[in-house]
Design a protein around this ligand. Structure first.
Ligand SMILES: C[S@@+](CC[C@H](N)C(=O)[O-])C[C@H]1O[C@@H](n2cnc3c(N)ncnc32)[C@H](O)[C@@H]1O
Length: 315
C-alpha cells in the first residue's frame, strides 16, 4: 500500500466521524507529493498518520489547519523525522476496558491479568474503573468509561483481579512526565474526554503500579505467564497491538498463546483473526474484532466507546 493510500484509508476508516481535524490532515497529506516523498524516506512502519500527527502535537505544532500543519512539517522536518524514527504509536486507552469487561466478568474469578503490548499498563485496571453502559452504572470513582453495548447484557460487577502484569517492547511510565506527555500527544485533538480519562487512569496506575516487563510478545511471554499466581484464572489479553507486529511474528504469537494455560482475549484489527463466519460490522467506521480463545464475539469501536455482540460470551 502506498503512503498516500495509508493516509486516505486512515481518513476513511479511522478519523471520519471521530476526528475532523485528523480527517482533514490525512486527506491533505494524501494529496501532497512533497510531504509524501518526505514520509517515504522513513521506514514503512514509521510513516503512519498517528505517529506524524502525534509528533507534531508533542512539539506544540498546529493540527487544525492543513496549510499551517504543512508549513510546520516542511520547516521542521529533520526534527520531526528524528522523533518519528525513535517513537512509536503507543496510545494507551483505558476506555478499551469497557469492551473487555463482559468477557472478563464471565470468566472464573479471581483473575491474573497479563496484557501483551501493555504500553503504560492502563488497561490492567478493569476492576478499578467505573463503567456506564446506558442506564447501568458499575463501580464508582474516576475514570468513568462510557460504552454502548448491543447484543449483550452488561455485567453487574467488576472482575476480581489478584495479579496484573504487562509485557511491552517499550513500556511507558505514567509517573514520568515525558512519557505522559507522549501519551497525551497521541490522543486525537478533539478528544478532551479521553485526555481527562488518561489523567484519571494514570492516577489509578500511579497509586498501585503494575508489573511492567520490557520484552517481546513471543520470546518473553511464556516466562511472564509462568509468574502468574496459582489459584487464579490467567487471562492473556491484547488490544490494538498486533497491527504493529510483522505477519510471521503475529502467527508465532497466536500459535504460542494457544499453548499457554488460562484464557486468551484478543481485541484487534481484522489482520489478526480470520473473519470467516463473522457478520459485517455495524457501520463503515473502524472496528476491532473481540475474541475469546480464538472465538469471535463482538465488533468493538477503536477506543472502547461501543461494542456490538454477535456471539455468546459463554459458548
Ligand atoms: C497501540 S499500543 C496499545 C496499548 C494498549 N494495548 C491499549 O489498548 O491501550 C501497542 C503497544 O504494543 C507494543 N508492542 C508492539 N510490538 C510489540 C512486541 N513485538 N512485543 C511487545 N510489545 C509490542 C507497543 O510498544 C505499544 O506499546
Amino acid at each position: 500500500m502506498s503512503t498516500a493510500d495509508t493516509y486516505r484509508m486512515f481518513a476513511d476508516r479511522e478519523a471520519r466521524d471521530v476526528s475532523p481535524a485528523y480527517e482533514r490532515l490525512s486527506r491533505a497529506v494524501a494529496r501532497d507529493p512533497e510531504l509524501l516523498a518526505m514520509l517515504d524516506t522513513l521506514p514503512p512502519a514509521k510513516r503512519q498518520p498517528n505517529l506524524l500527527f502525534g509528533v507534531v502535537r508533542l512539539r506544540g505544532g498546529p493540527v487544525d489547519d492543513p496549510a499551517a500543519f504543512r508549513a510546520h512539517v516542511l520547516a521542521h522536518w529533520p526534527e520531526i523525522a528524528a522523533q518519528m524514527r525513535v517513537r512509536a504509536t503507543q496510545t494507551n486507552e483505558a476506555g478499551r476496558c469497557a469492551v473487555l469487561l463482559p468477557v472478563l466478568a464471565a470468566l472464573p474469578q479471581p483473575l491474573a491479568l497479563l496484557e501483551v503490548g501493555a504500553s503504560a499498563g492502563l488497561c490492567l485496571y478493569p476492576d478499578r474503573y467505573a463503567y456506564r453502559y446506558g442506564d447501568r452504572r458499575i463501580g464508582d470513582g474516576e475514570p468513568v468509561l462510557d460504552c454502548t453495548l448491543t447484543g449483550v447484557t452488561p455485567p453487574d460487577r467488576r472482575p476480581e483481579v489478584v495479579w496484573r502484569a504487562g509485557l511491552d517492547m517499550n513500556p511507558l511510565d505514567v509517573t514520568d512526565p515525558s512519557d505522559l506527555a507522549w501519551l497525551d500527544a497521541l490522543i486525537w485533538p478533539e478528544h478532551t474526554h479521553r485526555r481527562r480519562r488518561l489523567r484519571a487512569a494514570a492516577a489509578v496506575a500511579e497509586a498501585d503500579p503494575p508489573l511492567l516487563v520490557r520484552g517481546d510478545l513471543v520470546d518473553d511471554l511464556p516466562a511472564l505467564a509462568a509468574r502468574a499466581p496459582a489459584g487464579a484464572t490467567l487471562v492473556i489479553f491484547h488490544s490494538s497491538v498486533l497491527y504493529q507486529v510483522p505477519p510471521a511474528r503475529r502467527t508465532a504469537f497466536t500459535e504460542l498463546v494457544r499453548t499457554l494455560p488460562g484464557h486468551w482475549i484478543a481485541n484487534e484489527d481484522l489482520t489478526v483473526l480470520p473473519r470467516a463466519g463473522v457478520p459485517d460490522p455495524p457501520d463503515g467506521g473502524f472496528h476491532n474484532l473481540l475474541a475469546l480463545d480464538g472465538r469471535p464475539l463482538a465488533w468493538t469501536r477503536g477506543h472502547g466507546q461501543a461494542a456490538t455482540w454477535f456471539g455468546p460470551v459463554r459458548p
